[in-house]
Design a protein around this ligand. Structure first.
Ligand code: PLP
Length: 438
């Protein structure tokens, strides 16, 4: 694999761009990051001219693939009419209306540019609405990198406290003030009894429970039967808000997001990385009486770039594509994903390498774990074969397949992936698995 131009760019970048990358996760490398030149459809092309089938999809947003024509056209058209007004416009209103049609909990919405910002907004709103300050989050869940919620996410935190210990709130980065820990209660995910106990003792000080409806930050972990229903029932009983962070699952699991898929309606939600098909726009919203605090300017929500016309146009075009024929695109993406998953399992079995795949619709997690043992929470998802995933990823890159850089092992498919892509990928997987036996 020729990566000389990437190496030269990396050497150059390190002198001006901290670590040579614009966000930490991009620095996971072999032995340095690959720098890309352009993308088209399901493919990415690096600065050395290598072509890759892309299953990272920029960590999720590119649900229609790279440069989907209807989105590019909408952006081009809007960019020629004004990129930002610092004032409202019709496209953002239309977008809000369309989202309210699609997302069960949305009665009113607002927009931000990133998931972290949106999480920040809903947590503030939940505290204001309930008059309480504590937030329950679950161990291993990632809700963005802001100080008050980037807690108990990384495996490093667990090795500090020892696996046998109960989950506790651990800061994720130097520089976060210790004081934020006072307002967070960390619980293990998928254990309703523990949530019930926590609410019985602390509901008087808990504003909200925030959770991904499908835990998607260490593989793809489904909620146990009855878990989301239980969270919904318990939060109602104890006057605590339920927030679904659908930054990943929103518009990915299906047109109505995970809340539609499971038929559980939270009080507030965030939807989604995929909303702008690669343009930075995220919606959040929920019950009218809660959102009234925003509408009536009692709770502050701001942001120069929020809901700007270019991103709003991209999002509207994305929703139009996703909604076509009542979301038929999801069936196509899911069918291809099933073929890919079955093919990976067959090859893993043939090589005698334990691989566990878990997923929903067009995304899944690949973990080097016992294929027959379901993974239901963060601790169970911890890597059993250190280094194996990194070798697998490198071997796939060398064979023209671009996947998630870390052991979280998420694979995203887009509407642009084809049967030929899957066939090529399965050959690459076969070759990559063979290298793991050395
Ligand atoms: C579930 C979840 N919430 C929040 C975020 C933060 O989003 P962003 O990276 O856009 O700030 C992410 C990012 O991956 C996420 O996966």
């Amino acid at each position: 694999m020729r990566i000389q131009a990437s190496k030269e760019l990396f050497d150059r970048a390190q002198k001006s761009l901290a670590g040579g990358v614009a966000a930490q996760v991009r620095s996971f490398a072999l032995p340095h990051p690959v720098y890309f030149d352009h993308g088209q459809g399901s493919k990415l092309y690096d600065v050395d001219g290598n072509e890759y089938i892309d299953y990272l999809l920029a960590y999720g947003p590119l649900i229609l693939g790279h440069c989907p024509e209807p989105v590019v056209e909408a952006v081009r058209e809007q960019a020629g009419r004004g990129s930002i007004f610092g004032a409202p416009h019709e496209t953002v209103v239309e977008l809000a209306e369309k989202l309210i049609e699609l997302v069960p909990c949305y009665e009113m919405v607002r927009f931000n540019n990133s998931g972290s910002e949106a999480v920040h907004a809903v947590l503030r709103l939940a505290r204001a609405f309930t008059g309480k300050s504590k937030i329950v989050k679950f161990e291993g869940h990632y809700h963005g990198w802001y100080d008050n919620i980037y807690i108990s996410h990384l495996p490093e935190a667990l090795s500090m406290i020892g696996l046998e210990r109960a989950p506790w709130a651990v800061l994720g980065s130097p520089g976060q003030p210790e004081s934020v820990l006072e307002d967070i209660i960390v619980l293990p995910w998928n254990d309703l009894e523990i949530v019930e106990r926590a609410l019985k003792e602390h509901a008087h000080e808990i504003a909200a429970i925030i959770t991904e409806p499908i835990m998607s930050n260490c593989g793809v972990l489904p909620p146990n039967d009855g878990y989301l229903e239980g969270l919904r029932r318990l939060t109602r009983e104890h006057d605590v808000l339920l927030i679904f962070d659908e930054v990943i699952t929103g518009l990915r699991v299906g047109l109505h997001s995970a809340q539609g898929y499971f038929g559980i309606t939270p009080d507030l939600a965030i939807i989604s990385k995929a909303l702008g098909a690669g343009y930075p726009i995220i919606s959040w919203g929920g019950r009218m009486e809660i959102m009234q605090l925003i509408a009536q300017r009692q709770v502050i929500h701001a942001g120069t770039f929020n809901g700007n016309p270019v991103c709003a146009a991209a999002a509207l075009a994305t929703l139009t594509e996703l909604s076509r024929d009542n979301g038929a695109i999801y069936e196509k993406m899911t069918a291809l994903t099933t073929t890919l998953k079955e093919g990976i399992m067959e090859r893993a079995e043939a090589h005698g390498i334990p691989v566990r795949l878990q997923g929903f619709g067009p995304f899944f997690g690949l973990l080097f774990r016992d294929p027959d043992v379901p993974i239901t929470n963060f601790r169970e998802a911890l890597d059993e074969y250190p280094g194996r995933y990194a070798r697998f990823r490198r071997a796939l890159l060398e064979r023209g397949v671009h996947i998630f850089p870390t052991e979280k092992g998420l694979w995203y498919l887009s509407a642009a992936h084809t049967e030929q892509d899957i066939a090529h990928t399965l050959d690459a997987v076969d070759g990559a698995l063979a290298t793991l036996k050395d």
